[in-house]
Design a protein around this ligand. Structure first.
Ligand SMILES: Nc1nc2c(c(=O)[nH]1)N=C([C@H](O)[C@@H](O)CO)CN2
Length: 117
């Protein structure tokens, strides 16, 4: 199967466990890989026949900017279910980075893989 991906999607939002984190914006980075058969679009050359990575990016950014959660776990699960539910994606892998969270580390975060039921 083929993959449509979005790499390094940068979104500023309010997220974190601690009180000081609830008063600031922090940058999150998403790497998203979506399993999708590109055969139809390759044959028709029509955007309507594929998974529009721009539409997915815009929807994820809107959700993340508006979200008010503490844990990366909560947010990454919400984003995975949103992509599966709204874009008819059978399988999605998401790596979520919170690069500013641990001073001594280049980045920290989570990677999850979810499939449609
Ligand atoms: N597994 C996680 N560990 C931690 C999280 C998280 O969301 N998932 N969050 C924090 C704090 O918010 C941290 O980012 C503040 O610097 C700590 N550990």
């Amino acid at each position: 199967m083929d993959t449509v991906f979005i790499q390094g999607l940068s979104v500023d939002t309010v997220i974190g466990v601690y009180d000081w984190e609830k008063k600031i914006q922090q940058t999150l980075l998403f790497d998203i890989e979506m399993t999708f058969d590109i055969a139809a679009a390759a044959a028709t050359d029509d955007l309507a026949d594929t998974l529009d990575y721009e539409a997915v990016s815009n929807r994820v950014m809107a959700h993340v900017k508006a979200a008010r959660v503490e844990l990366l776990e909560t947010l990454v699960e919400q984003v995975a279910q949103l992509i599966i539910g709204e874009f008819n994606v059978a399988k999605v892998a998401i790596t979520l980075h919170k690069p500013g969270a641990v001073k001594a580390a280049k980045s920290v975060g989570l990677r999850i893989v979810r499939t449609a039921e």
